[in-house]
Design a protein around this ligand. Structure first.
Ligand SMILES: [Cu+2]
Length: 96
């Protein structure tokens, strides 16, 4: 089964797991949210805890200095609003 990936290459996503993994990475949406309330390691833990409960989120990184949350998620299966809601439910406002 051939699928086009970002750089225009056609690859088979069934016959090799390695390439399949690469393909999955290509389609993950990457987003950075500004969360001004982040101030310490507890905030990092709280946000990671809230977001890690969402299976469609593949990666979450919290930068305490920049007060940002980096997310990698499957935007075919979940909208960013749901992830934002989880962070807000943990007590953090998101600035845009
Ligand atoms: Cu804190």
């Amino acid at each position: 089964m051939l699928r086009k990936i970002k750089n225009g290459k056609n690859i088979c996503i069934i016959c090799t797991n390695g390439i399949f993994k690469y393909y999955k990475e290509e389609i993950m949406q990457k987003t950075v949210l500004n969360v001004p309330g982040i101030s310490c390691g507890h905030c990092e833990k709280a946000i990671k805890g809230a977001v890690n409960g969402i299976p469609e989120v593949k990666k979450v990184k919290v930068d305490i200095k920049k007060k940002t949350v980096f997310l990698e998620y499957d935007n075919d299966k979940i909208s960013i609003d749901k992830i934002k809601n989880a962070i807000e439910d943990a007590g953090y406002e998101i600035a845009d």
